[in-house]
Ligand binder design. Structure first.
Ligand SMILES: [Fe+2]
Length: 268
């Protein structure tokens, strides 16, 4: 291995954040701001079932009456929006910033965000959160007896670039138990949130990893009835996007509307 590459690996977190930030061709810089463009409310098919008895949490939180449409007003259509200046150039890197390397398999997760017509969506806020390599969230509500990692908080964000691309550097999350039923384990996943062109356009979903043996046992994954819709939540291994001697890569493209739409939680 070249000495330069070895030196890169030894960089402490803050230095490597800068190293992998806007200066690197591997890591496109975030856009200049969130665009405010046309807005259209619509309802699509393919979302998870709201009332899914196998997923016990839906029993109490799914609506029992038909939704009441609320007309959009100017405030819903125009804001508030997150200021682009709040997003740091290194916020895409979940492995840095806490003074050391987190435990686990380093991975790149990237993809393109498109609208229902297949057009890439630039300057869309993409946020992620996830468990660490041991399957534990850095959250007070998580008491799973797996170790916390002092170098991994598990949250990141970025804006899509002008071609609709986003990219994160993170750690492959572990599966975790979730007490839905005896011996219930969630497949490894990364939570995604996307903000659109208006405050009301927040979409949340989960990305999974190919070949996970827990798919068939997971009521949340299977609350999406159509196998084709479920497959849209599984990232593809992307050899070309891997970083030599550094990280594996997975591609997860997101489509907001139409027949190829990515299933989202609570969308309707
Ligand atoms: Fe989760």
């Amino acid at each position: 291995m070249p000495e330069e590459a070895k030196a890169d690996r030894r960089l402490p977190g803050q230095e490597r954040r800068a190293e992998l930030g806007s200066q690197s061709p591997l890591w496109p810089a975030p856009g200049s701001g969130l665009a405010l463009a046309g807005y259209r409310r619509d309802h699509d098919e393919g979302e998870p079932e709201r009332d899914w008895p196998e997923y016990r949490g839906t029993i109490l939180r799914h609506p029992k009456r038909p939704p009441v449409p609320i007309p959009d007003t100017l405030s819903e259509l125009t804001g508030p929006l997150l200021g682009a200046d709040r997003i740091g150039a290194a916020d895409f890197d979940l492995t840095a910033g806490l003074g050391g390397e987190p435990q686990g398999q380093r991975i790149i997760v990237h993809g393109v965000v498109r609208d229902g017509n297949g057009h890439p969506l630039p300057e869309t806020l993409v946020e992620v959160w996830q468990a660490n390599a041991a399957g534990r969230y850095w959250h007070q509500g998580d008491d799973h007896p797996a170790p916390l990692d002092p170098h991994f908080e598990g949250v990141g964000r970025c804006l899509t670039d002008r071609d609709g691309r986003y990219r994160f550097l993170t750690i492959r999350p572990g599966a975790y138990p979730w007490r839905n039923h005896f011996n219930a384990w969630r497949p490894a996943h990364i939570h995604f949130s996307l903000f659109g062109r208006a405050f009301t356009q927040r979409l949340i979903t989960q990305m999974y990893f190919p070949g996970d043996p827990l798919f068939v046992h997971d009521p949340i994954f299977n609350s999406i009835r159509d196998p084709a819709d479920r497959r849209r939540l599984i990232a593809g291994f992307d050899l070309e996007a891997t970083a030599h001697e550094w990280a594996l890569a997975f591609r997860f493209d997101i489509v907001l509307r139409g027949r190829a739409r990515t299933p989202f939680e609570g969308a309707a």
